[in-house]
Design a protein around this ligand. Sequence first.
Ligand SMILES: NC(=O)C1=CN([C@@H]2O[C@H](COP(=O)(O)OP(=O)(O)OC[C@H]3O[C@@H](n4cnc5c(N)ncnc54)[C@H](O)[C@@H]3O)[C@@H](O)[C@H]2O)C=CC1
Ligand SMILES: O=C(O)C(=O)Cc1ccc(O)cc1
Length: 296
Amino acid sequence: MAEQPLFRRVALLGFGLIGGSIARRARQTGDIAAEIVANARSEATLARVRELGIADRVEADPARAVEGADCVILCAPVGAYAELAQAIAPHLAPGCIVTDVGSTKQSVLRDVGPLLPEGVHFVPAHPLAGTEYSGPDSGFATLFEGRWCLLTPPPGADEAAVEKVAELWRRCGSMVETMEAAHHDRVLAIVSHLPHLIAFTICGTADDLEGESRQQVLQFAASGFRDFTRIAASDPVMWRDVFLNNREALLEMLARFTEDAQAMARAVRWGDAAYIEDKIRRGRIIRRSLIELKQA
Ligand SMILES: NC(=O)C1=CN([C@@H]2O[C@H](COP(=O)(O)OP(=O)(O)OC[C@H]3O[C@@H](n4cnc5c(N)ncnc54)[C@H](O)[C@@H]3O)[C@@H](O)[C@H]2O)C=CC1
Ligand SMILES: O=C(O)C(=O)Cc1ccc(O)cc1
């Protein structure tokens, strides 16, 4: 028997990979939401959500979608949050929990927090799970299983509300940790945002090659380059917003990376075999400890 649903009515604002995965999970387990209301911007997405039948109700207007909800989850690109928050703020029920899934967290505190009325609880969250696919068809119920979800509640956040959001993610199969938004943004800049920036850039560099070399990139792409193209296939609007909303930390990590890449270039130029080998060895050690962590 499934446990009692955690929430009476969950409103998902934005219905793509992440919103769609939460809805599918909630549908499958029955212990997250008694009712799921979906909102999306485009008529095509709304029509597709209706067809898929994974929401109890589909609303074109975010203000109508949040009416009577005890949990509202922002699942749109982070650049759209301020406008969404403005649209829903007057319509939120007292005691409602507003949370999100955005990849940047200081920007969410900045853009959403000040717009919410007194008596509404705000608990930002970020599931560290995803793929390079987007849109309403891309989600799946097991996406969050065994993955971390980081919560970044503002100082003084209501403890019961934080615990409810933590429980929501545990019921999605995730492990939950709480941290400060600024710390989150620095960590994510190096483990997620910079790798995506590098992937988008290297694909452009290859694509800019002339003539036969460019053609052979596709023909002979080895698995290293292919791995970059998987990441580079990610949604352009979502990633544009991530870069612009974690500007400071991303630029700091990029500056460090550029220095290290220049040191490697110097070692290659001067034939510093020991330096090159040492750096490659460090990469191996990191990969192995990641695999051990996963098995532990
Ligand atoms: N893709 C990934 O792997 C992960 C993404 N995230 C975060 O989750 C959020 C959603 O990402 P995905 O589901 O991957 O994106 P997606 O592109 O699959 O879905 C986004 C949804 O938001 C809607 N939308 C776009 N602009 C909007 C606006 N102005 N107002 C209302 N709705 C709007 C789109 O129509 C779409 O339904 C983003 O904030 C992203 O940073 C978090 C973890 C992983
Ligand atoms: O597909 C991948 O490689 C990812 O890195 C997924 C991902 C994308 C964005 C996030 O904020 C968290 C996870």
